[in-house]
Design a protein around this ligand. Structure first.
Ligand SMILES: *[C@@H]1O[C@H](CO)[C@@H](O)[C@H](O)[C@H]1NC(C)=O
Ligand SMILES: *[C@@H]1O[C@H](CO)[C@@H](O)[C@H](O)[C@H]1NC(C)=O
Ligand SMILES: *[C@@H]1O[C@H](CO)[C@@H](O)[C@H](O)[C@H]1NC(C)=O
Length: 360
């Protein structure tokens, strides 16, 4: 019988196994994430020309790289979505050229990693840098090099004001509270549209509730005028004729997650209190003051019926039109988040040859 091999002869054999078995090249604990990172980089290289080679050290940040948290935090304003318990991206990619964006889209589709696109503007529910429903995701961060999506509200106003003398302005709390400087807070917002004057007793109730909260904020934007002259179905924003003003309800807090429940409860109760005084059937909301209390998609498994709840609140009748567009251009629901427009379920799609999925 041959003697058992000594440990000194096993070692090179083990090393050889490690080198030739790709799945062993990653520490077990990190295997899925590191594999995704590695494959993504490989795929990016395959899909970019030599002349536009991507400088990975400046554009690719994994959770164990020292700059990860700085880059992740950079434009994340809602601390609720930076808590350790919230799922973090497998990596952040900050493209420098359009071709890098194209490659990133191709590669996330190929590797089946959910893609979150961040432009750096306000994002009340952190959908551009966190996820409540995906098992893993990456951030395609356009807030660094991209003037188009990444333009701040101030830059955008300046450009529009050059062209138009009057236009209604959006107000983000960061503008009202601290000008253009970045601030980080825990906050929760909700919104309403008001059609009829709120009676005095209604206003007194708002006042009473505001005196009970630590750091409440409300912003009322007048509507009507030119806003009401545009047809409800002209563009997705449908809150036109008959709306007197829009309300944003915000509560801010700094003392961490421990008081989150109390503050969230306050703004939810206030919203509930307002029911008799605001739009009904549907009770409408402003999509840019996103509110996950209105409902959520379950990852890629969207329900058209469930999504109609928040979809009609944000877009009224335009929701169905947006679903038609989505079904035509992204039937597999690649671009998605917790409140993205769902495609029609396959069973509800019109067959080809009978006009396909039509919209006008
Ligand atoms: C990463 O961090 C280092 C040191 O803190 C800094 O010098 C460098 O500019 C950072 N790189 C990026 C891309 O942010
Ligand atoms: C990013 O934010 C988290 C949560 O507030 C914090 O714990 C962490 O220290 C921040 N990282 C940096 C580099 O500021
Ligand atoms: C998707 O949703 C349907 C209906 O709610 C459910 O039966 C199915 O198990 C879900 N699939 C996944 C992968 O979550």
């Amino acid at each position: 019988m041959a003697p058992l091999p000594s440990s000194s002869s096993i070692l090179p054999l083990l090393l050889l196994c490690l080198l030739i078995t790709p799945s062993l090249a990653f520490p077990k604990r990190h295997q899925p994430a590191q594999k995704q990172q590695y494959r993504f980089l490989q795929c990016l290289s395959d899909h970019t020309k030599k002349t536009t080679a991507i400088p990975f050290s400046r554009t690719f940040f994994t959770p164990d790289s020292s700059n990860f948290s700085t880059v992740l935090n950079s434009t994340a304003q809602n601390l609720r979505y930076l808590l350790p318990s919230v799922l973090k991206p497998v990596f952040i990619f900050t493209p420098l050229q359009v071709s890098h964006i194209q490659a990133a889209v191709i590669c996330s589709k190929k590797l089946n990693i959910n893609l979150r696109i961040r432009s750096g503007g306000h994002d009340y529910e952190g959908l551009s840098y966190a996820s409540k429903t995906e098992s893993s995701f990456l951030i395609l961060d356009l807030s660094k090099a991209w003037a188009q999506a990444g333009a701040t509200i101030g830059e955008a106003y300046y450009r529009i004001a050059e062209k138009s003398r009057t236009f209604p302005t959006g107000t983000a709390p960061e503008v009202l509270l601290q000008g253009q400087s970045l601030f980080k807070n825990y906050f929760k917002a909700k919104s309403d549209f008001v059609r009829d004057p709120i009676p005095e007793t209604g206003l007194e109730g708002i006042w009473k509730r505001f005196l009970q909260e630590d750091s409440p904020l409300t912003i009322w934007n007048p509507l009507g005028g030119q806003m009401a002259r545009i047809s409800e179905s002209a563009i997705p924003f449908p809150h036109r004729k008959g709306n007197a003003f829009m309300i944003q309800w915000v509560t801010n807090w700094q003392d961490g997650a421990s008081s989150s429940a109390r503050h969230m409860d306050w703004v939810r109760k206030l919203h509930n209190y307002m029911t008799p005084y605001v739009s009904k059937k549907p009770r409408t909301s402003y999509v840019n003051y996103r509110d996950l209390d209105l409902g959520m998609n379950k990852g890629g498994n969207t329900s058209f019926i469930e999504a109609s709840a928040w979809g009609t609140s944000y877009f009224k009748g335009n929701f169905n039109k947006l679903v038609q567009v989505k079904t035509k251009f992204d039937p597999e629901n690649f671009f998605r988040h917790e409140q993205s427009i769902p495609p029609l379920p396959v069973s509800m799609r019109k067959r080809k040859g009978r006009g396909g999925v039509g919209f006008h």
